[in-house]
Design a protein around this ligand. Structure first.
Ligand SMILES: NC(=O)c1ccc[n+]([C@@H]2O[C@H](COP(=O)([O-])OP(=O)(O)OC[C@H]3O[C@@H](n4cnc5c(N)ncnc54)[C@H](OP(=O)(O)O)[C@@H]3O)[C@@H](O)[C@H]2O)c1
Length: 349
């Protein structure tokens, strides 16, 4: 049910939610879970750890749990799994009470070879063992293949920063790509069967990549992709494909690409003086948020979950962490959802 507040009250609420670390934000209601195809329950909101070093990641995990998160997102190539593992331990939380997602690198990226399918498979197995060791866990709740393969013309690895690997479809057009996708997937499937992983999925996989896995004994349960206001609600048809194939889509970078949020989504920083002639960005999310007594960030997250998509967000700020969980007590109107669906922002990097 939408919670309508007056403009003045909403402004005060926004200041409290977005600008003060010690605001008495009430503990948010518990986060709903999505049920994966195998029945595993995955909390809809995850606290991400990309770009954090070990010590920041350790503190971020503890802060996320303190705020009420039950789901942490990390990856082999974040180089912070040791810190994440320490944070999990320091939190004192029972293993069954939190959900941990990690990712193994795709073939040809992040030190996994694309020279041969066999080599890629072996190195993926090795990375998975390292994931478990670094996290200091006996099992991981969800493991994703981080990227589609990025083989060069001669089968050697290319940097994942090469745009050909990030382009929506090209990761799967190389002749070896489907073989590599199947090889990596078999590693995850085996670990899943050995109960080292409770659920398996992919990330940054376009539908062509996913089609390489048609007929697999276990099909991906999750596809984690970039999705935020400004991209439209079904970029590249990701959402339609996922719904058709019972894959749970998960959004990353909900505040814009780059890991630092975008002013086009997040209102300009608290305390920042805005010259009168400067375009005040974040206008759409901010003005919609004003109607509900919510911040621009909360509207950006609510738009994603309203489309039945789970989301990995990131914050090192305890007030932001709490606010990011506090999105389940209001409903965006159809008109507001449509405005957010239609928003188009220039992409950044
Ligand atoms: N699979 C993949 O390839 C992939 C790629 C990218 C990301 N991811 C995952 O997704 C996670 C989230 O994406 P992201 O790291 O790009 O970050 P993000 O959540 O889109 O944005 C983080 C930025 O937003 C700010 N922020 C967070 N909550 C806020 C709030 N309530 N109000 C105002 N500002 C707020 C943060 O600043 P403060 O710290 O000051 O709050 C930070 O600067 C990653 O950490 C990672 O786990 C996966």
């Amino acid at each position: 049910m939408a919670r309508w507040v007056s403009g003045a009250a909403a402004a005060v609420a926004l200041i409290l939610q977005g600008c003060s670390d010690d605001s008495p934000t009430p503990r948010p209601p518990s986060v709903p879970a999505v049920t994966l195809r195998n029945g595993v329950q995955m909390p809809m909101l995850a606290a991400g750890t990309w770009q954090y070093n070990d010590s920041v990641a350790e503190d971020a995990v503890v802060a996320a749990f303190n705020a009420g998160f039950q789901h942490i997102d990390t990856a082999y190539d974040y180089h912070n799994q040791v810190g994440v593992g320490k944070g999990l331990k320091r939190s004192g939380k029972a293993r069954g009470s939190f959900f941990l997602t990690s990712k193994v690198p795709g073939c040809g990226s992040q030190n996994v070879s694309a020279k041969s399918v066999e080599q890629c498979k072996t190195e993926t197995e090795d990375k998975l063992v390292i994931d478990l060791q670094q996290l200091n866990l006996t099992y991981i709740d969800l493991v994703l293949v981080h990227f589609p393969p990025c083989p060069g013309d001669d089968g050697t690895a290319e940097s994942p920063s090469n745009s050909s690997c990030y382009a929506p479809h090209s990761g799967c057009t190389h002749p070896q790509a489907c073989d590599m996708i199947r090889a990596q997937w078999s590693v995850l499937t085996n670990a899943y069967k050995k109960q080292q992983i409770r659920a398996i999925g992919v990330s940054n996989y376009c539908s062509a990549c996913l089609e390489c896995l048609a007929g697999s004994e276990v099909f991906p349960m999750v596809n984690q992709v970039q999705l935020h206001v400004g991209m439209g609600s079904d970029p590249e048809g990701f959402r339609t494909f996922a719904e058709k194939h019972q894959i749970k889509l998960q959004a990353y970078s909900p505040f814009g690409s780059g890991g630092h949020g975008s002013e086009e989504i997040l209102k300009a920083g608290c305390g920042m003086s805005i010259p009168w002639h400067v375009d005040m960005r974040g206008n759409l999310t901010t003005s919609i948020g004003n109607k509900y007594g919510k911040s621009a960030a909360q509207v950006a997250l609510k738009w994603i979950v309203s489309h039945n998509v789970s989301v990995a967000t990131k914050s090192a700020n305890p007030a932001h962490l709490k606010a990011n969980l506090d999105i389940f007590d209001f409903t965006l109107s159809d008109g507001d959802l449509t405005s957010l669906d239609k928003a188009t922002f220039a992409s950044e990097d």
